[in-house]
Design a protein around this ligand. Sequence first.
Ligand code: 0GY
Length: 304
Amino acid sequence: MTFEKTPGWLDWYAGPSKPRFQLPPGSVDAHCHVFGPGDAFPYAPERKYTPCDASKAQLYALRDHLGFARNVVVQATCHGADNRAMVDACVGSGGKARGIATVKRSISDAELQALHAAGVRGVRFNFVKRLVDFTPKDELMEIAGRIAKLGWHVVIYFEAVDLPELWDFFTALPTTVVVDHMGRPDVSKPIDGPEFQLFVRFMREHSNVWSKVSCPERLSVAGPNALNGEQAAYRDVVPFARHIVETFPDRVLWGTDWPHPNLKNHMPDDGLLVDFIPHIATTAELQQKLLVTNPMRLYWPEEV
Ligand code: 0GY
C-alpha cells in the first residue's frame, strides 16, 4: 500500500554529521522509532499523521554512524496498536534492540509473551491529545497490572500542563514509569516556576519515575544555532535537562527520537543532537550513567 505523508511534514535528515562528542562504548539510543515501510507494515487507520518511511536498516545505519551500540524502539502512534514494524526491528537487530509496545485491553497473555520473546520490555501510554484519542484510565491501569507481571515498565508521554490532572493516575502505576522528553516543559517559563517544579517533585517523591532528557529540538525556542563554541544548540533546554540529570542521575535516559515525527519547521541533524549530550551530562560519570548504566539496567538487566 502506498501512503502520502502528511503535508508540511519534514523528511528526516539525510547525511547527519559525525558527532564531535564520542559516546561511551555500549551507549544506548533509548528513544527512537521505525515507520513502516508502509508497503510492508501499513500505517494505522486511526493515525493522526502519516510519516515518511523510516526502516530498521536506516535506523541501524544511523546507530552505527553516531556510535551507539543499541536502540530502544518505541511504538509510534502512526502504527496504533499494530506493533509489527517495531517487533520486526527488534527481531532484526540481533539482540541489539528492545521495544516499547502499544497494546489494547483485548491483547491475550500469549500475545504478550510473544512480544516479550521479541524483545519488548514496556508499554507506552500516550496522553498528547494531538497524537491519540482518549483511552479510559481503567483500561490503562488493567494493562499496567498485566505487564507488571512480565517485569515490564510503562512509558508515559504528556504535556507539562496536563501533569496535575494526570498525577493521581501516574502515581498509582505499579511499575517503573519512564517519562518521555521530561514531560515536555515549556522552556520559556522559569526553571524554578511551578510547572517544572511539579515535574521535579513528581520524580523526587516517586523513586519509580525515570525521565528521558531527550528532544531538545521539540522543546527549544532558541533553536539549533549555537551562539559560539561554548554554548550548545538548543541552549534554552540545557538548564532543564541538566537539572534532571544532576538531580536524578540514576533515573535518566537519552534518545535521538529519530526519525523525529511531526516536525514541520526544523529537522535536527542527529550528529548535532549527540553533541548536545555533554552540555546536559557534564562529567564522564554522568554520561556513563545516562547512556550506558541506566538503559542497560532497564532494558538488558540480564547482561548487567
Ligand atoms: C516522539 C514524539 C512525538 C510523536 C510520537 O508516537 C508518536 O507519534 O511519539 C511527537 O509528535 O511529539 O516521542 O516521537
